[in-house]
Design a protein around this ligand. Structure first.
Ligand SMILES: Nc1ncnc2c1ncn2[C@@H]1O[C@H](COP(=O)(O)OP(=O)(O)OP(=O)(O)O)[C@@H](O)[C@H]1O
Length: 330
């Protein structure tokens, strides 16, 4: 028997690792755009999932944003039929009218569709094809905008998608490996024009910044950026746990948070407590910035009788009788 090509083997090993131990025997669903990353992921999943007792399903989302998007979705579905996936779903979504920029709106619509399809088919996991290179781009973009540890941790290998695990098995696989796997397997990936459109910061990082870093610092830089993300993620998990306990301890029986319970916390824990609490109060995650959390923090650590802190989403927080309390604004 011919030896298995290394990129194909590496991707199968990564998928096997991600799928091992999933509870239940429902299908796993690959979110496939038809690009090289998710096509290589899909091919590996079709091989691995049945061996672990799961059907391999595939979902492709038609955002309706580009000419020919319906044909592209249909071509992915046709390939999936031939490759034996079940179920196969082409999900058409409406992107217009959602909040945020077009990219954010498309992402939100996509994840919503993936969640719905996963629920309908009682899937045990949804898989996306984000690679080590996507992770390196994410970390660099986070650094460039001055993000805190949450941003520097990049994308998690696993997160909850409204009750269904979202898995990213390829976070340690290089993009050149997914390209090579597609060549070996005779797959013809679709090239997303967005990926090379210089009006997107991520495309510029992909086309210019990462290649320059690799030239200047060597090829290990991509793995290193991804490793930084993993290290920071582990520290974040520990700090998040401390913050959860601190938040529970700071809750006042009559509502709000007690200042004495907050004031002596390490700043990184207090920041997390206040961030989580602001989310609970209804501050939209995309709009909640460092500045808002700093204003809450000042009510605790730099109290001089100042006015309330305004949070996005129409909530204000004021300090009264040793407590932070929310009040409706406006
Ligand atoms: N239209 C889509 N339908 C289904 N899944 C999608 C779609 N677009 C993106 N995804 C999923 O999200 C992942 C990340 O997509 P993104 O476009 O950010 O990255 P990419 O590196 O271009 O991936 P790919 O080469 O697979 O298109 C994809 O690998 C895929 O799993």
């Amino acid at each position: 028997m011919a030896a298995l090509a290394p990129p194909v083997a590496a991707i199968r090993v990564a998928v096997r690792r991600a799928l091992t131990g999933l509870p239940g025997d429902g299908p796993v669903l690959v979110a496939c755009s038809g690009g090289a990353d998710s096509l290589a992921l899909a091919a590996a999943t079709a091989f691995v999932a049945p061996r672990l007792g799961h059907a391999a399903g595939l979902v492709t989302v038609d955002h309706g944003l580009q000419d020919g998007s319906a044909e592209r979705a249909e071509a992915v579905a046709a390939w999936a039929r031939e490759a034996g996936f079940a179920p196969i779903v082409v999900a058409r979504v409406e992107v217009a009218g959602r909040p945020g920029g077009p990219e954010a709106a498309a992402r939100e619509a996509r994840y919503q569709a993936l969640t719905e399809v996963a629920r309908q088919h009682e899937a045990v996991a949804v898989l996306t094809g984000h690679t080590r290179d996507d992770q390196a781009e994410t970390v660099l973009l986070a650094l460039a905008r001055g993000a805190g540890p949450r941003g520097l941790a990049g994308m998690p290998a696993r997160r909850d998608l409204s009750g269904v695990p979202l898995l990213r098995p390829l976070l340690e696989i290089g993009r050149e490996q997914t390209r090579a796997a597609c060549v070996v397997l005779g797959l013809q990936p679709w090239q997303d024009p967005h990926n090379t459109d210089p009006s997107y910061a991520r495309s510029r990082v992909r086309a210019d910044v990462l290649p320059a870093l690799v030239r200047a610092l060597g090829p290990g830089v991509l793995d290193n950026l991804a490793r930084t993300a993993r290290l920071v993620a582990a520290d974040n998990a520990a700090l998040d746990e401390l913050a959860e306990t601190a938040l529970a301890a700071a809750r006042h029986p009559e509502g709000g948070l007690g200042v004495p319970e907050l004031v002596d916390l390490p700043p990184s824990v207090r920041g997390r407590v206040l961030h989580t609490w602001a989310r609970e109060l209804g501050a939209l995650p995309g709009a909640l910035s460092h500045r808002h959390v700093a204003a809450l923090d000042a009510l605790v650590t730099d109290w001089h009788g100042q006015g309330p802190a305004d949070l996005p989403g129409g909530v204000r927080v004021l300090r009264r009788a040793g407590r932070l309390s929310p009040v409706a604004s406006g």
